[in-house]
Design a protein around this ligand. Structure first.
Ligand SMILES: NC(=O)c1ccc[n+]([C@@H]2O[C@H](COP(=O)([O-])OP(=O)(O)OC[C@H]3O[C@@H](n4cnc5c(N)ncnc54)[C@H](OP(=O)(O)O)[C@@H]3O)[C@@H](O)[C@H]2O)c1
Length: 266
């Protein structure tokens, strides 16, 4: 896709799943990449499997470590002297009823899935404004638009992303800075395996819906098309029940509540 040719693109959560698939597809499309997440060895593995590893830098970071993110942003800008596209993708899901979810977990999910995106954006924004160019891409979720059982922290963080980034889009639209929010449905990754439980452990289960979801490489293609066409917001995934849920939620939310109560997801 021409849009990404030679564009310096910073991807968080690049060691696995959707971020990993984006790294492969963007490298093949000619982008220069900065790959970030906590696991240095996994980032090296992804880099070495990309079409152009010579056009890739790795910056290891922990999105939960708020005080490190300003320095990490400076490092990322210095890596290729500038950044064109920031893909906020790293994150964790959560699987627990409200009543079983500790405040530590509520805060952790908010820190990783929401505040880290706000921090990195605040540190990068002056660079985009100075260059009069930049594109923020935000990995939200269908859970950023609806609520179901066992997702309170995750859905809250994803909903918050829409509020923050819709406001940012309105503030910077006249400065050639774009904001694209992606709302994936079920994508086949380790997202449920890595999801946090109410007490802070890892769920460790591949959920059936995720296993049956859209393969990550297909999701990457859909995401890149939405980004290249400058969409404000785009659903990515199969034409499945999660897409239907978005429609039902808009026009008949009471029906969605009835089905959510009947089918508690893993
Ligand atoms: N798969 C789906 O069905 C689905 C649906 C809707 C939205 N999403 C969203 O898509 C994004 C990617 O998820 P995925 O499905 O690809 O799941 P995944 O395979 O579990 O990947 C999550 C990525 O986030 C990184 N990460 C997690 N915690 C981090 C932290 N504290 N600091 C830095 N990096 C961290 C992980 O890397 P390290 O472990 O190396 O840090 C990994 O690269 C997430 O924002 C998720 O909410 C996924």
């Amino acid at each position: 896709m021409q849009y990404f040719q030679n564009k310096v693109t910073w991807i968080t959560g690049a060691s696995s799943g959707i971020g990993e698939a984006l790294a492969y597809a963007l490298s093949a499309a000619g982008a220069m990449l900065i790959l970030s997440s906590r696991k240095q060895n996994e980032l090296e593995r992804v880099k070495n499997q990309c079409a152009h590893p010579e056009k890739i830098k790795i910056i290891q970071l922990d999105l939960e470590n708020a005080s490190s993110l300003q320095e990490k942003t400076k490092e990322a800008i210095a890596a290729f002297d500038h950044i064109d596209i920031m893909i906020h993708n790293g994150g964790i899901s959560q699987r627990s009823f409200v009543i079983d979810t500790s405040m530590e977990v509520q805060r952790k999910v908010m820190e990783v899935d929401y505040f880290s995106y706000v921090s990195l954006t605040n540190y990068l924004l002056p660079h985009f404004i100075e260059r009069k160019s930049g594109h923020f891409v935000i990995m939200s979720s269908v859970m950023g638009k609806i609520g179901t059982p066992k997702r309170s922290a995750y859905a809250a963080a994803k909903h918050a992303l829409h509020g923050f980034f819709d406001c940012l889009r309105a503030e910077v639209a006249d400065q050639n800075i774009l904001v694209t929010i992606i709302t994936p449905g079920y994508i086949r990754t380790n997202v449920s395996v890595n999801a946090v439980t109410g007490s802070g452990g890892s769920l460790g289960i591949m959920a059936h819906d995720i296993e049956q979801g859209l393969p990550a490489d297909k999701a990457a293609t859909q995401i890149m098309k939405a980004v290249a066409s400058g969409k404000f917001e785009a659903y990515v995934g199969k034409n499945g029940k999660e897409k239907l849920a978005l429609i039902i939620n808009r026009f008949a939310p009471n029906l969605l509540i009835k089905s959510a109560v009947k089918q508690v997801p893993t």
